[in-house]
Design a protein around this ligand. Sequence first.
Ligand code: BTN
Length: 266
Amino acid sequence: MDDYNEEFIQKIINTKWLGRKVIYENVIDSTNEAVKKALNTAPEGLLVVADAQTVGKGSKGRSWSSPPGTGIWMSCLLKPEIDAYKACELTLLISFCIVKVLHAVFEIDAKIKWPNDVILNGKKIAGILTEVCSDREKKQCLITGIGINVNQDNFPDEIKDMASSILIETGRQISRRKLIAGILESLENEYEQYLISNSLGNMCEEYNGLLIHHNQKVRLINGNKETMVLSKGIDKHGKLEVEYENGQKEFINMGELSIRGSSCYI
Ligand code: BTN
């Protein structure tokens, strides 16, 4: 087991403000909920990490399996002065940081499935849930929850074609706190640049290079309707440009429609 507690996590994080304050729990309902409870008193950059969650929340109202001793279940508090509708741009920034760190620090060839799933060998290994609320001074707060399947050695039959862990896909057991530290360092840097330019313009070319479906045909899912399109990459606000078979192009907003591989889920 990796050394995983407040002291060890705090010690390895080398940032200016993100994750300088760490709350660690062995078991918690949800790290997103813990940040929500702390947001009136906590500084921007608060990091809540749990070894296990009992009510881990996934996107679209789903639950997120968070067993002990295996994954990274963590949430950060950010207070960016941006319009609320731009919060999803930060979700995209986080998936970008996770994938970059997996490449640079661990030589793991993960990819991004737009807008923010992290994929390894065609299976999802990480997801992000950003929630927006305000503190008692009416300042906008973003709670950015990150779930990464790191060292699980199996998944239930119902999801094992779609979900996996770094251990299963690489055969390597990696240090959760080293991965946390890398993500926070990368995110602090990217977030500061994002606030200066008020857009994802600085990173969209690199992000597009990390997309699993870059310049590939995908299925665009709109309710029950599926349309085959070419996925062209994001613009500086994180919208995905797609090209229909008749040559018409469109920018898709995050959350409105979803993307699937041309013949499988991913
Ligand atoms: C997704 O469905 O892709 C998003 C998953 C987000 C899971 C993380 S684990 C830490 C944080 N706390 C939660 O309850 N959810 C997020």
